[in-house]
Design a protein around this ligand. Structure first.
Ligand SMILES: Cc1cc2nc3c(=O)[nH]c(=O)nc-3n(C[C@H](O)[C@H](O)[C@H](O)COP(=O)(O)OP(=O)(O)OC[C@H]3O[C@@H](n4cnc5c(N)ncnc54)[C@H](O)[C@@H]3O)c2cc1C
Length: 483
């Protein structure tokens, strides 16, 4: 195989004028793939069936083709051939990656969805999944086994893609971060080798995988430590909506969780504007991984504020996560976003941000719907892992602010981005952090590597990047060197 690949590279060096992939991606890669691998140039009819569907049409990569491989050896050969021929690529799965760096990518989409194996080893408390597994693929099997692993909230997001940034969700307080349950990965590196990274095998690489994983290779499979499911897998959800006029008291209630929140509890505070009713609104949702009696006093405090709607339900974890998909799995809409980590809540700042969001909605009544969500996840368990363990640095974040702009007119793309940045600047000023703490998986893209991985971690990260991926084949969506 090495000889064949060298032959391809030499043939190219000897005289093709056009980039080889523009001539025939099939000719270049096809002979070195397993029989089930599918390949298409972007001009071919079957391309749309092969390329990973993207959640947002904002800042879409310019795909020149797509390959849907079947085996780890295929992945290795794709990397070797692409490198030998100077072809850019991005490995994708859930298609939920978003940010301005994606718009700078031009190359081949490596669609990982064939790697969809899920294996639960109850005796050894281990979960092993392939690169194509989505969060929704593991929820029911884990529930059935009475086990749990930290994961994000949205079914259709890639499980490994989310974990490589940190892996946060409503279960963070009780199960921790995804990276803290990650035991090992099988990774195709820039040399095309398949290596295992863990605490004992390439530990420095494993440090970088846990927070900046997309920059170091294609994770073919990942092994997680399982935990026992709490509360028989049942979760209490208390959902409240308030009129916008109640903002101060609702924000004060949210702030009251700054110093202490039970590990079993997480909050989502959503601020938005309804085009249907022409009114602003606040949604406050409680998720409690324990019995109703444990969360009742907190629910009573929300009910005492006089919500417009109020519902409490006890759901199995599969039913709960299924209910959380509120357009998040609808693909192909123009949605831009932004984020910031907060160490404290400042009520006047939240009020100012809410007012700005509402004003923008009102100014663009037919072409824009924006919403922000403040996700309060308890970080006591997260802080138990020493900061030197992982390149993910922001264990002190208490609230993850995630803003989404749904804009129907392209003319609104820039104004919506400016709105995001303006809200972000307001929140940063009172975040409790001197420098921006940005969860890389939610990043807008302009924050830069220090905001994603911290100034302290950057020197080590840069050295490891130069060692493992000197030609910068990987991580173009959030590069170690910025985009
Ligand atoms: C609606 C929505 C909800 C979200 N909810 C959560 C949440 O609850 N918790 C959370 O932590 N994050 C969440 N995220 C963020 C999410 O973790 C990131 O967007 C993540 O990168 C998505 O992975 P993907 O496979 O779906 O996306 P893709 O676009 O397919 O990939 C995104 C990035 O991950 C890389 N990648 C994916 N798989 C691999 C692999 N096997 N090996 C190497 N690199 C890989 C890609 O190369 C790319 O850089 C959410 C995002 C959206 C849009």
């Amino acid at each position: 195989m090495v000889g064949k690949l060298a032959g391809v590279a030499v043939a190219l060096a000897a005289g093709f004028v056009l980039p080889a992939y523009a001539a025939s991606i099939e000719t270049l890669f096809g002979p070195y793939m397993s029989p089930g691998t599918e390949i298409a140039a972007s001009t071919e009819a079957n391309f749309s069936g092969l390329v990973t569907p993207r959640w947002t049409t904002w800042e879409t990569p310019n795909w020149t083709g797509a390959i849907k491989p079947e085996t780890e050896a295929d992945l290795q050969n794709i990397v070797k051939i692409a490198k030998a021929n100077n072809i850019s690529f991005l490995a994708t799965n859930g298609g939920h990656g978003a940010g301005i760096c994606y718009g700078t990518i031009s190359g081949i989409d490596i669609n990982l969805s064939n790697f969809n194996s899920v294996s639960i080893d109850v005796a050894n408390n281990e979960l092993t999944i392939g690169a194509g597994v989505k969060i929704g693929d593991i929820i029911q099997p884990l529930y059935d086994a009475g086990k749990a692993v930290p994961h994000g909230n949205t079914d259709c997001v890639g499980m490994i893609g989310a974990t490589l940034g940190a892996g946060i969700g409503i279960g963070t307080g009780i199960y921790g971060l995804g990276i803290d349950s990650l035991k090992s990965v099988r990774l195709v590196t820039a040399s095309g080798d398949l290596v295992t990274a863990s605490r004992t095998s390439h530990p420095e690489l494993f440090w970088a995988i846990r927070g900046a994983g997309a920059n170091f290779g294609i994770v073919a499979s990942a092994k997680f430590q399982l935990q026992d499911q709490v509360n028989n897998g049942n979760v209490v959800r208390g959902a409240y909506t308030f009129p916008g006029s109640a903002n101060r008291s609702v924000f004060e209630l949210y702030k009251s969780f700054d110093d202490f929140i039970p590990p079993e509890l997480s909050l989502q505070l959503g601020i938005s504007y309804s085009r249907a009713t022409g009114t602003s609104q606040i949604a406050l949702t409680y998720f409690y991984f324990g019995p109703l009696s444990g969360v009742q006093p907190y629910l009573d405090a929300a009910a005492a504020l006089g919500p417009t709607t109020n519902s409490t339900s006890i759901l199995t974890q599969p039913a709960l996560y299924n209910s959380l998909q509120n357009g998040e799995c609808t693909i192909g809409s123009p949605i831009s976003g932004g984020t910031l980590g907060l160490g404290k809540t400042d009520v006047p700042t939240l009020q100012a941000v809410f007012a700005e969001l509402v004003a923008f909605n009102v100014a663009n009544p037919t072409t824009y719907v924006g919403q922000s969500v403040f996700q309060r996840y308890d970080n006591k368990l997260t802080l138990q892992t020493p900061s030197y363990e992982t390149v993910y640095p922001w264990r002190d974040i208490k609230t993850f602010w995630l803003h989404l702009n749904f804009y129907l007119s392209p003319a609104l793309e820039e104004p919506a981005a400016n709105l995001t940045k303006s809200m972000r600047a307001k929140l940063q000023a009172t975040s409790g952090f001197a420098t921006p703490h940005v969860y890389v998986n939610y990043a807008y893209g302009d924050e830069g590597p220090a905001a994603w991985w911290s100034l302290k971690n950057l020197p080590k990260l840069v050295v490891l990047k130069a060692l493992w991926d000197p030609k910068k084949l990987f991580g173009k969506a959030n590069p170690v060197s910025g985009c």
